[in-house]
Design a protein around this ligand. Structure first.
Ligand code: BES
Ligand code: MN
Ligand code: ZN
Length: 498
């Protein structure tokens, strides 16, 4: 656990293992760098002149020994052109700083980064973003390794310096918010990174129960028998090929008045997607442990908003199952009846996400929601369309689309709108049932969303396809915690307008 403090004071007077100060291109110094410069016989100016640090954004220069000030070290953090500094660059610099401090096994540091002004941002926003990024950059995915990096040599304490004493109150509140969001992101990443043999539907439900206990939230976990009573034929059909029982997790944050209609978040919690009888190819199949990242992001968001005490009613619904081949598994051509009564011809058992989601979306109606947002690693086609930069956004409501795009921009966790036109919906036609569960080879992300749209006609709804954004592959393989930041930002702005 990282410990944070918000303080004000002069950099040249601070006792610290490492002061972190910003320098810009063209030899421009931040206020803190300037103070250190004056106290050290213009050391920073001469380093910049000699070209030892360029000021390029993300460039770091560690000065392991400095005379003239009580701090042991100074880390110069390059921030690019001063007049082009942005939140995005602040995140990049913070990432560089945290990594550099860790490389150097520095356990405590004082960051003079909140003072860096950015157009349209206040000090609270900057502190919150730094804290979220610091949490991100110090995340370790070694919980299942036997030789874990020793805690003692890890960065443990960060002090954030604000320029004025009058910034302290705002800064401390922003710190708390940042820590809450960082904790939500961390939870989503940890759950995502856990393998399918540990993170099962039952395990996900246990994690949700722990959040409920910690914050006194109401929780209900439906087992398969309860789902049968509700006629959740689509969800149950996916789970039939698995020895792990499915779960439908329902967690409620009641921060608003009892009369206020809730926002419902529905997260796909497919703990391992082998594709079922329409088996996936084996290369990279391990990454299908990440098919529960939608559910994990919903749980992480619930943790964050509970910690922030958000004055809003939010219900989380996580349908959770495995999708495996088996003698009793769904077969291509099988027709199932969803909770809504609509029948579905399963032409591809690997299009299972929409099957577990459609019943959860119908279940959501009982909360009489003002808005429902589902979050799912739904289609490989969305990865082709948008890559790892934006999550796909589909909605039956224009102002909801706008709200989510705005929240994505503010939180640096972006989404991009995609269409839900009839022409695409027609691709779902089945000769034998109300619809097929696939829409052919074209526009796969859109037809998947059109499928869900058939279950969400009774409320304002948005669908986020996070197949490209929820985790990274290759040497950086790991969950990203997206879109927890987006959802927190969206809910926060809803709370402030409620
Ligand atoms: N969980 C996958 C989607 C996925 C695939 C996410 C690759 C990230 C990377 C989903 O259940 C799935 O298998 N979708 C199929 C749908 C197809 C059969 C219509 C897909 O995208 O291939
Ligand atoms: Mn699948
Ligand atoms: Zn899947």
């Amino acid at each position: 656990m990282m410990e944070y403090k918000v303080k004000s004071g002069s950099p040249e007077k601070q006792r610290s293992a490492c002061l972190v100060v910003a320098v810009f291109k063209d030899q421009v110094l931040s206020p803190a760098a300037s103070s250190i410069n004056d106290a050290t016989g213009r050391m920073i100016s001469s380093l910049l002149k000699r070209g030892d640090i360029s000021g390029e954004c993300g460039n770091m220069l560690m000065l392991p020994q400095v005379s003239g000030i009580p701090a042991e070290r100074v880390l110069l953090a390059g921030c690019g052109k001063a007049n082009e500094f942005s939140i995005k660059k602040l995140l990049k610099v913070t990432d560089g700083v945290i990594r550099k401090l860790q490389q150097n096994k520095i356990t405590e540091a004082s960051l003079f980064l909140p003072e860096l002004t950015i157009e349209n941002s206040d000090i609270g926003t900057r502190i919150e973003q730094i804290v979220i990024q610091a949490g991100h950059s110090s995340y370790q995915s070694d919980s299942l390794k036997t030789d874990k990096k020793e805690n003692k040599s890890r960065l443990q304490k960060i002090t954030l310096f604000v320029p004025e004493r009058s910034d302290l109150a705002t800064g401390r509140q922003a710190l708390l918010n940042g820590q809450a969001i960082a904790a939500g992101v961390k939870m989503a990443r940890q759950l995502g990174d856990l393998p399918g043999n540990i993170c099962t539907p039952t395990y996900l439900a246990e994690q949700a129960a722990e959040i409920a206990t910690a914050f006194g939230m109401k929780i209900k976990v439906l087992n398969e028998k309860a789902m049968e009573k509700l006629s959740m034929g689509a969800l149950l059909s996916v789970s039939r090929g698995s020895r792990q029982e499915a779960r439908l997790i329902v967690l409620e944050h009641r921060g608003g008045s009892s009369k206020q209609a809730p926002i419902v978040l529905v997260g796909k919690g497919l703990t391992f997607d082998a594709g079922g009888i329409s088996l996936k190819s084996s290369s990279g199949m391990d990454e299908m442990k990440y098919d529960m990242c939608g559910g994990a992001s919903v749980l992480g968001t619930m943790l964050a908003i509970a910690e922030m005490n958000l004055p809003l009613n939010v219900v989380a619904i996580v349908p959770s199952s495995e999708n495996l081949p088996d003698g009793d598994a769904n077969k291509p051509g099988d027709i199932v009846t969803s909770m809504s009564g609509q029948t579905i011809e399963i032409l591809n058992t690997d299009a299972e996400g929409r099957l577990i989601l459609c019943d959860a979306l119908t279940y959501a109606e009982r909360f009489k929601p003002t808005t429902v947002i589902d979050i799912a690693t739904l289609t490989g086609a969305c990865v082709v369309a948008l890559g790892a930069h934006a999550s796909g956004l589909f909605s039956n409501d224009e102002s909801l689309t706008e709200e989510l795009v705005d929240a994505g921009n503010t939180s640096q966790d972006r989404v991009w709108p995609m269409p839900l036109w009839d022409e695409y919906d027609h691709q779902l036609k089945s000769n034998f049932a109300d619809m097929a569960n696939i829409g052919g080879s074209k526009a796969g992300a859109v037809t998947a969303a059109c499928f869900l749209a058939r279950y969400t006609e009774n409320y304002n709804w948005a669908h986020l396809d996070i197949a490209g954004t929820a985790w990274l592959s290759g040497s950086k393989k790991g969950a990203t915690g997206r879109p927890v930041r987006l959802l927190c930002e969206f809910l926060r702005s809803r709370a402030s307008s409620a």
